[in-house]
Design a protein. Structure first.
Length: 132
């Protein structure tokens, strides 16, 4: 089963699941990035899916909210690493539904995915003239 993680908006996250039989499930949860992991845990429990059932993780890497993109890629990378399963990133510039992106997924195996941004991030930008 493939788990899809999509968080381009800071107000919500969408999870998708594609079974080996081709069935697809979707859950959109309104939550801030701090709640993404809890939302994933609850969604997988509702779907009666264990992490060990997953065979691959697909993450929409952005562009979108910086924090949403960083959190969703971090969760995807962590799960793929711990489960020892492939991960693939999908950039979604046009903000298409995740199901429309499945045909665009690269077949190239990745060890991790990185968030993509629509402008340079300022998270590590040095602040000048700061009072210490």
């Amino acid at each position: 089963m493939k788990l899809v993680i999509c968080a381009q908006d800071i107000q919500s996250i969408t999870f998708g699941l594609v079974t080996d039989a081709g069935e697809a499930y979707e859950a959109m949860i309104e939550t801030q990035p701090e709640g993404y992991l809890q939302a994933l845990d609850q969604t997988l429990k509702e779907w009666k899916i264990a992490l060990t059932d997953l065979s691959e993780i697909l993450v929409v890497t952005g562009p979108g909210s910086f924090t949403a993109s960083r959190m969703s890629t971090t969760i995807g990378n962590g799960l793929a690493f711990v489960q020892g399963i492939p991960i693939r990133g999908i950039e979604n510039v046009e903000h298409l539904p995740w199901r429309d992106l499945l045909l665009q997924v690269s077949t190239e195996q990745q060890t991790h995915v990185l968030p993509s941004y629509d402008r340079p991030p300022e998270i590590t930008k040095e602040k000048k003239n700061m009072l210490l």
